[in-house]
Design a protein around this ligand. Structure first.
Ligand code: SF4
Length: 326
């Protein structure tokens, strides 16, 4: 697990009651992100986890203004992201980057890798001449474990892991401060996943990067995250350090997610108690009243069906949204 000392680090991002709703016809509203509040320190990796459809990718995209927010605000290095003027926004779109889940789909097949990487440099005018443009491309290829010759090749000539390295290079060439890593290892073979995680960790150390690392499975964020946020149906259910989340999960949903991860020791695996999740995630268009998790929670009581629990600090730096956890 990540073991950085971030006690003196300042917040790079402050996300306050952020909402992103979509109108989906017949006057219906899909509340993809329904009021989330958290912060990310400079140099920190926050893992954002939940089943598909829980709003984590929409949250990541709204954070870096790929989507306009419906409500709330994102403060990045003192700037209100959703109120930036044209110049401020251009600077922000350089400083905040995204690495996408599917390295196959996110790279233009008709462009050489050199041009894919240099595209952001072109948009932001970050070189004097072509020599400097290509030097930046060659340097970043080397940093991500590829080489100069790869610049003239096309994405189909690369393996999945190499394509994701190209995706990382494309984000890094702009020298960002913050990267939303949107399930960057989910589409890769298990044998390659650790390599990409190690690369991201090394780059963070060398360049002082800050990450939001999105994943649908808690096992994928365990090693890279300093803190982990668990989302369900657009709301945040639990937020704490990686260690606390794995050793002492408090929210019933987090316990169920952890329970789904197989333990390599067959003896422990056979005898441990499992929290099995019943049913599917309800539609974010028709969320249940009260606690959004109530129709799948074995501890649900009357209050859970009436009142939505708020995320509160139940132990130092351990936040939980559950009526049962005091
Ligand atoms: Fe379960 Fe109630 Fe806690 Fe929701 S508030 S997680 S329904 S116990």
């Amino acid at each position: 697990m990540a073991t950085k000392d971030l006690s003196k680090a300042k917040n790079l991002l402050e996300i306050r009651d952020l909402k992103k709703y979509f109108q989906v016809g017949k006057g219906q509203t899909l509340k993809a992100v329904d009021g989330i509040t958290f912060s990310i320190k400079k140099g920190e990796t926050v893992g954002l986890v939940g089943e598909s459809g829980c709003g984590k990718t929409t949250a990541g995209r709204t954070l870096i203004r790929l989507y306009e927010a419906t409500g709330g605000e994102v403060i990045f290095d003192g700037m209100n992201v959703h109120k930036l003027d044209k110049k401020g926004l251009k600077d922000f779109t350089r400083r905040a980057q995204m690495i996408y889940q599917d390295p196959y789909a996110s790279l233009n097949p008709r462009m050489t890798v050199g041009d894919i990487i240099a595209e952001g440099l072109d948009i932001h005018g970050l070189y004097k001449d072509n020599k400097e443009r290509m030097k930046k491309v060659y340097d970043i290829l080397q940093i991500v474990g590829l080489n100069k010759e790869h610049a003239n090749r096309f994405p189909h000539e690369f393996s999945g892991g190499q394509r994701q390295r190209v995706g990382v290079a494309r984000a890094l060439v702009l020298e960002p401060d913050f990267i939303v890593c949107d399930e960057p290892i989910s589409a890769l073979d298990v044998s390659i996943q650790a390599q990409v995680v190690n690369l991201l960790e090394d780059l963070q150390k060398e360049m002082g990067l800050t990450y939001l690392f999105i994943a649908h499975d808690l096992s994928m964020v365990k090693h890279i995250s300093d803190r982990i946020a668990v989302m369900y149906l657009g709301s945040m259910m639990e937020l704490t350090s990686s260690n606390a989340l794995y050793e002492e999960p408090l929210h019933p949903y987090t316990k169920a997610l952890l329970s789904a991860i197989p333990i390599p020791d067959p003896e422990i695996e056979r005898t441990r108690e499992r929290e099995i999740l019943k049913g599917d995630v309800p539609s974010p268009i028709n969320t249940p009243p009260g606690c959004k998790f109530q129709n799948r929670c074995k501890y649900a009581t009357d209050i859970c069906r009436k009142e939505a629990p708020v995320l509160k600090e139940v132990k130092p730096e351990h936040y939980v949204a559950c009526h049962l956890v005091k």
